[in-house]
Write a protein that binds this ligand. Sequence first.
Ligand SMILES: *[C@@H]1O[C@H](CO)[C@@H](O)[C@H](O)[C@H]1NC(C)=O
Ligand SMILES: *[C@@H]1O[C@H](CO)[C@@H](O)[C@H](O)[C@H]1NC(C)=O
Ligand SMILES: *[C@@H]1O[C@H](CO)[C@@H](O)[C@H](O)[C@H]1NC(C)=O
Length: 284
Amino acid sequence: MFYSAKTARYHPVDQLPGSPLAGSDGAYESEDHNHAGRQRDGRLSCASLFLCLLFTLVNIAVTMVSSQRTSTHNVTHKNLHLLRRPSQYIRFEEIPRPSPPTPRKFNNYPITFAQIDAADESKVFEEGLKAHMTPIGTVVPEDRRVLLTPTISTIVQFRAIDWGMEDCELHLSLPELGNMTFESQSAVNVELYRMNQTYPLDAAVLSYQSRPPRETKIESIPLARGESTTCHHRFRCPSDSVVTFELALVCTEVNKNTCGLEWWQKVGSTEPSPSVYLTQHATA
Ligand SMILES: *[C@@H]1O[C@H](CO)[C@@H](O)[C@H](O)[C@H]1NC(C)=O
Ligand SMILES: *[C@@H]1O[C@H](CO)[C@@H](O)[C@H](O)[C@H]1NC(C)=O
Ligand SMILES: *[C@@H]1O[C@H](CO)[C@@H](O)[C@H](O)[C@H]1NC(C)=O
């Protein structure tokens, strides 16, 4: 095992007298010498055996202790975030950077899209995948679903990536009022919340009951007829941090039953409308 391999010493076997590999002269040793040699060998093998047993016991003890420790820290979806995430950018902070920073930016797309339903608190939505059959098999495009009704809201999460790009801008672009999945004739607002959740959610178990708490309301965006609506929200995003937003729909009493909004978003899509993504800008 690993521990004994590290600690047990290897004792070379004495060459047998008279064997073809023995010393160059090949002479036999005297009886006395031989006897003493055998005694020494006996003591040596006793010591080796003792060491062997000792290390075996140590090994078993260490294995039991470490297996006990790992069994209390089984890595599952629930505690995956407890694993250490060491920085990938070792000593980058020592590299001089221009101030003000060179203007650079890139887009970053959600790591999670998930729905929760206030009308069915324990409902877990199936992962929004648009699988379809083709002659060569099932194709699962990377489109993700955003679904909003008066009770169903959509949670999106982003992980800020890269080094020194810690100025984030959330882009939310919503379709025009007439283009909603469920036709709606009167005022509709999309509410954007920041949630108090700093590690990735497990969409396979997320329900309204287990949703993270809302932290702040960022904006309430009224949908307009005849034009798409956009919203920009800028915030600090430390490298490798996870930010969570909730999109909720608020409809008037009159259109409550027919009001709803749905779209499928392609990964990497910054198509004007509808979409939700992040732009990361360079920081000094
Ligand atoms: C950890 O996993 C092992 C085997 O998969 C299981 O026997 C043990 O009960 C688990 N421990 C906890 C705390 O979940
Ligand atoms: C709304 O729908 C019409 C027709 O279905 C389409 O031509 C138009 O581009 C859509 N507008 C938006 C903002 O999606
Ligand atoms: C977020 O939740 C944690 C505990 O889960 C709490 O300590 C913290 O104060 C909350 N932050 C805000 C801004 O509500």
